[in-house]
Structures are given as C-alpha cells and as structure tokens.
Design a protein around this ligand. Structure first.
Ligand code: MG
Length: 382
C-alpha cells in the first residue's frame, strides 16, 4: 500500500526535496494533492510527473488556465484552496512546507480532518503553538517534525522516558554572518545574507538563519512539540552542522543525531516514521574526513534575535505571534531592498515593545494580532 502524500508549498525548497523523495520511491509514495504559489511552469511539471487529483495555486486566473490545460484534474486557488488540499481526507500524511504564519489555518484544517502532519512550517507553532498542539492532542493527530533540529530531538527521544529529559540542546550553524561583529553587520548585503555556509534552504529561512531568528523560532517550536519549558531548552553554536541537535537525560547521558547536512533526511524520516528507508544519492557521514567538530556558547548580545525569541516565548500568549509577524514583514522588506539587515532586528524589538500580549488567545485573536502587527510594521517603515 502506497502512502498518500499531500504537500503544501510544493515549489519551495522543502517542497522540491519532498517531491524528490516521492519520485525516488514510486512504489512507496504517491502525491495526491499539492499547493503552490505563482510558479506555474513548475506546477505543470509536477502535475505531469505525479498526476495528482487536486492542485491549489495562489491566483484564480492561474487555476482557470491550468484547468483548461488539464481538464481531468481539479484546480482550486487562494486560502480556501490551501485548506482544501490540507483537509483532503484520503491523505495519509500532509507535508506542510509553506513559509510563514499563512500555514496556520491549513494545519488546523488537517488536524480537524484527522490527518498526520509532517511539519516544516515552524511559524505555525510560533504563532499559535498552544492552540495547534491542544487540537492535535484532542484529535489524536501526530505532528512529525521536519525541521532538522526537531527531527534530531524526536529521534533521540525514541523509546525514552520523557520524564528523564533534563535538557534539549538545539545546535545552530550561526548562519551567513557568524564571523562578523555587530559593527560589521551594518553594511552587509542581501546577496551576502543569502549565502549560507552549510545548508541549502529557502530565502526566508536563510535570512532568519543569518539573524539567528531561525533558532529563536525553533526554540519556541521545540517548546510546543516536546512540551519542554524554556529553561530546559538551550542553543549551542556548532559551525559544521553535523550534530543536528541533542537531548540530555538526568543520568547525564546525551543522545545526539548526526549526519551530513541534507534536508531530505529529516523529510524522509517524517514520511517513513517509525521505519527508515535507504536514502538515495546521499552523502554518508565520514567523521574521519571531517576531523573535528566545534562548539561555542552563543553570545546573546551579538545574536540579539535569539534573546528576543526567548523573551517572547516566556511571555507567551500573543507575544510570539507578534514577534513572528514583525519578523516576517521585516525579512520581506529586507529582501525587497527597503531596509538594512540590522533594521530587521530593530523592527522586531520595537513591535514587541509596542505589543501588549493577550495571555490566553483564541484563534481569532491570534489572527487579528498577526494582521495588526503586519500593518504596524509597514507604518513604522514608511
Ligand atoms: Mg532548522
């Protein structure tokens, strides 16, 4: 029996690598539906390769054009289209690989439909972690991590007594600017920010990695996924990105998951869990060639975004929602050349300062906060 996969964000970095795994294992996986943005040429290619039943794109005109080209398939569009792909009940696993808090409502729709989720969309848990995890528990839906750090922790926790865990240790590569001082950061360019030393990822993630906000989002993600208080989540600079994260237990044992930096590994593990599968075209880890692994404490003065994320996480309520929304807009403004690199951080900090968090928000309040903060940041920059 093939596993039926639905995929949100098929033309992004994680989406493309997910398709690669499905194409490498046609007897195990079948793509039944997917969503994409506006890259219609790629949508045509995916449709040709996979013959899914349902496709959602961003624009109505694109959906209509595609429907006339492929009359036997169903094309939908926009937010509703995304929800329809997410909640398709024949799906065995939904891979949520959209970028940003736009992934929140589809995640909830999939949970409602009782579908197992392979979650690459970390902003979902940052924006509304309490609501999402509570819904998943109520519906008994599994949320399998795709983020490499969380996949590592998930693997290290396999078969363990969770009560024995004393610490989660998230490793961080430090991103494109790890060797620069704060002063040197004032003149960096977009092209420099996009040149990540270890990982090949989407643009938003690469910028988040350069500001260290990515690690901050991951701390909040880990807090929700593994029900761990913030005091027990640590970050560690590890330049080689070979140890993907670790778990410390109360007997002082530390379990780590290692491997060459390749996002297909955690994606595939989420699709095959609890089993594993031969990884085609992969580079086996050769520690003798690597020679040494380095570790360093993260300086929270230098990487201020990480400190802001811990603050937001500890405060809880709508504060992480606000932080995430401000960051999404600030990163977009940096990518379009409207603000400098350090301004991203300044905007996030200011937005958090101005926001008075609501402590136990419902979904409506979360969505409203997300919208208000975006508006506030645009006004701030103008
Ligand atoms: Mg990660």
């Amino acid at each position: 029996m093939k596993k039926k996969i639905s995929l949100l964000g098929a033309t992004g970095s994680i989406g493309i690598q997910t398709l690669d795994i499905i194409e490498s294992n046609p007897d195990l996986f079948e793509l039944v539906s997917f969503s994409a943005g506006m890259n219609i040429d790629r949508v045509r290619k995916i449709v040709g390769n996979h013959k899914p039943k349902l496709v959602s794109v961003q624009m109505k005109e694109d959906a209509e054009k595609l429907a006339s080209e492929f009359p036997t398939l169903k094309f939908v569009h926009g937010e509703e289209g995304l929800m329809e792909v997410a909640a398709r009940t024949e799906t065995d696993i939904l891979v949520n690989a959209v970028i940003g808090s736009v992934g929140l409502k589809p995640t909830l729709a999939a949970i409602d439909a009782g579908i197992t989720i392979a979650l690459a969309n970390k902003e979902t848990l940052v924006a509304a972690g309490d609501i999402v995890m509570q819904a998943a528990r109520q519906r008994d839906v599994s949320i399998l991590p795709v983020d490499s750090e969380h996949s590592a922790i998930f693997q290290a926790l396999n078969g363990e007594n969770r009560k024995r865990v004393t610490k989660l240790i998230l490793t961080a590569s430090g991103g494109s600017f790890r060797e620069l001082t704060r002063k040197e950061l004032s003149n960096v360019t977009l092209a420099e920010a996009l040149a990540h030393p270890n990982w090949s990822m989407g643009n938003k993630l690469t910028i988040d990695s350069a500001t260290m906000m990515n690690k901050g989002l991951e701390v909040i993600e880990a807090h929700h996924l593994f029900e761990m208080p913030y005091e027990q989540i640590e970050c560690l600079l590890h330049k080689e990105s070979i140890i993907h994260s670790m778990v410390e237990f109360d007997d002082t044992s530390v379990m780590a998951q290692l491997g060459s930096p390749d996002m297909r590994v955690p994606i595939q593990y989420a699709l095959t869990y609890p089993d594993r599968l031969l990884m085609q075209k992969a580079k086996p880890l050769r520690l003798d060639e690597i020679g040494k692994l380095q570790f360093e404490k993260i300086d929270l003065q230098r990487f201020k975004m990480l400190a802001l994320a811990y603050d937001a996480g500890r405060e809880g309520g709508t504060m992480p929602t606000a932080m995430n929304a401000a960051n999404e807009v600030a990163v977009a403004l940096f990518m379009s050349g409207n603000i400098s690199f350090l301004k991203i951080e300044e905007i996030v900090e200011k937005a958090m300062d101005k926001h008075s968090a609501i402590s136990v928000p419902d979904l409506e309040t979360i969505l409203e906060t997300d919208k208000l903060i975006r508006k506030m940041v645009y006004a701030m920059v103008e």
